[in-house]
Ligand binder design. Structure first.
Ligand code: IMP
Ligand code: MG
Length: 213
């Protein structure tokens, strides 16, 4: 018998840590776009919470919020990303901050960012709540001026604060690691999803905070 369960409570990235990091990133973007216009382009659905919170905290009176939606995952399996909702704003000549939930294999971003770059924004910046730096990326570089991450995490399947597993658990305020739990002879065995090495990341902390499990 085997089932999917979450890691316990606030053990991975707590809601307080997320709020603190979001506020620090908002300060950074307040400075970066001071006196200029800004289009915050949030990638639905996963980045919705993070993007709206950032939009609330970035102090810039010339901010417009827009959304884009790609579809790329079923369960824990990747598929070729498809544009489901296109941005409404004309971004030509404007400063654009793309807000993503996670930079995993980078499949989604490798399709989205060049499309946006082709539309001629003045600046194209990217902020992703999470990065999995040990995952092999489909492209090494993304066409943008600046990339920031909230947290760099080990290669684990995580849920919460917008991230889902088959549509579930987006509403968690914190981020949890999804575990597969099997029961043998009444004993529970908890194995984190995506069990590859390493379980703990200790380097690569140049941008964003580190979280380990
Ligand atoms: P990509 O592999 O970087 O293209 O990631 C594509 C999308 O898959 C992300 O924007 C997420 O929506 C989803 N995804 C990737 N890793 C996780 C995870 O650990 N938990 C939940 N969703 C994930
Ligand atoms: Mg996403």
């Amino acid at each position: 018998m085997s089932e999917l369960r979450l890691g316990s409570g606030e053990d991975f990235i707590s809601s307080a840590e997320i709020a603190e990091r979001t506020s620090a990133l908002a300060d950074y973007y307040t400075d970066l776009y001071r006196g200029e216009d800004l289009v915050i382009l949030t990638v639905l659905k996963g980045a919705a919470r993070f993007g709206l919170n950032l939009g609330t905290m970035i102090r810039n009176p010339k901010t417009v919020e827009d959304f884009v939606r790609m579809k790329s995952m079923e369960g824990t399996t990747q598929h070729e990303p498809v544009y489901l909702i296109e941005p409404e704003e004309n971004i030509k000549g404007r400063n654009v901050l793309v807000v993503e939930d996670i930079d995993d294999s980078r499949t989604t971003l490798s399709k989205l960012m060049p499309r946006l770059r082709d539309q001629g924004p003045a600046r194209l910046d990217l902020v992703s709540l999470l990065d999995k730096p040990t995952v092999e990326k489909v492209v090494e570089d993304l066409p943008c001026d600046d990339i920031e991450y909230g947290f760099k995490i080990a290669d684990r399947f995580v849920v919460g604060h917008g991230l889902d597993w088959n549509g579930l658990h987006r509403g968690l305020a914190h981020i949890s690691v999804a575990h597969n739990v099997s029961i043998e002879d009444g004993e529970e065995y908890w194995v984190p999803l995506v069990p590859e090495e390493p379980s703990r990341i200790t380097s690569n902390s140049d941008s964003g905070f580190m979280a380990s499990v």
